[in-house]
Design a protein around this ligand. Structure first.
Ligand code: NAD
Length: 267
């Protein structure tokens, strides 16, 4: 049995993880905590997640209950703090928090020298598989094809293109030995002239309640390859995090990503 602690238990992802863990054989939520002062402290974590009572009260202290793996979707400051705790106490970690700066990442790397850590900005199994397929397609098709990344998200999303679209463009650019900053085309309007060879174009759609859809087209004269991922629910991030938790519990210290978890790192 792998005992899981959830940081950010009252957050959207924390609750999704608590919910997804129910019925997962071999995984058990043993500790759930949020920031000190959260009005959720004391509530039953399962009830908070909408899956009924699990007899784990939301706390505000990482040290209150021993655990095997910490799943962390919170904020950068809390993540750095908790990485230090896990390193000091020999606990594995799965980190999904985004927005870490260079110092924060250095702190996570320092922790990963002492305990196993999976750190990934997108935990979806499907997205991570897609990134690998894009790398393979980029290598096989080369720079002579026209590559276009098209993404669609709900009307409330404030950044564009999505971080996942950028990661997809980067997977192709990396396969070409190029930097996305040098080959990405992020705006087209007016008399823009013909398409530049070796560029990667981005198009953005925003509307309604679309959770997240990404298509990468590899277009040549007589054929076109399209690789598409469509997200139907945030549950994909939670189930990926649980898969990472099972995997990391048995690992040596080190910094890993979802490509490692899925066995795709050397594919
Ligand atoms: P959220 O704001 O709903 O939840 C964050 C929670 O962390 C809040 O409940 C907050 O009170 C809590 N928190 C703050 N300080 C804390 C502390 N010191 N100790 C414990 N808990 C603390 O946000 P969210 O939508 O759940 O996203 C959380 C993070 O995960 C963000 O960085 C987001 O970008 C990232 N995210 C990553 C993925 C992925 O696949 N890697 C997917 C979705 C979201």
């Amino acid at each position: 049995m792998t005992n899981i602690a959830v940081a950010g238990a009252a957050g959207r992802m924390g609750r999704a993880i608590i919910a997804a863990c129910q019925g997962e054989e071999g995984l058990r939520i043993i500790h759930a905590f949020d920031r000190a002062g959260s009005d959720t402290v004391g509530a039953d974590a399962g009830e908070l997640a909408g899956v009924g009572r699990i007899d784990v009260a939301v706390g505000d202290d990482i040290a209150a209950t021993p655990f095997d793996v910490l799943i962390e979707f919170s904020n950068p400051a809390a993540t750095v703090d908790h990485a230090g705790f896990c390193a000091d106490h020999g606990r594995a970690m799965v980190i999904g928090t985004t927005g870490l700066d260079a110092d924060d990442r250095a702190a996570v790397e320092a922790a990963a020298a002492r305990v196993p850590v999976v750190f990934a900005a997108n935990m979806s199994v499907g997205v991570n598989l897609t990134l690998k397929l894009l790398e393979i397609a980029g290598r096989a098709l080369g720079e002579t094809v026209d590559v276009e990344v098209i993404e669609a998200h709900h009307r409330r999303k404030v950044d564009a293109p999505s971080g996942t679209a950028l990661a997809m463009g980067r997977a192709v650019a990396d396969a070409w030995g190029r930097r996305l900053d040098d080959v990405g085309v992020f705006e087209r309007h007016g008399q823009i002239g013909p398409r530049a060879d070796g560029s990667i174009g981005f198009s953005t759609i925003r509307g309604g309640d679309i959770i997240g859809e990404h298509t990468v087209m590899f277009v040549s004269e007589n054929e076109r390859v399209e690789i598409t991922h469509k997200a139907a629910s945030r549950a994909i991030f939670a189930s990926g995090a649980l898969r990472a938790a099972r995997w990391v519990a048995k690992r040596e210290p080190g910094l890993y990503d979802m490509q490692d978890v899925l066995g795709l790192a050397d594919a």
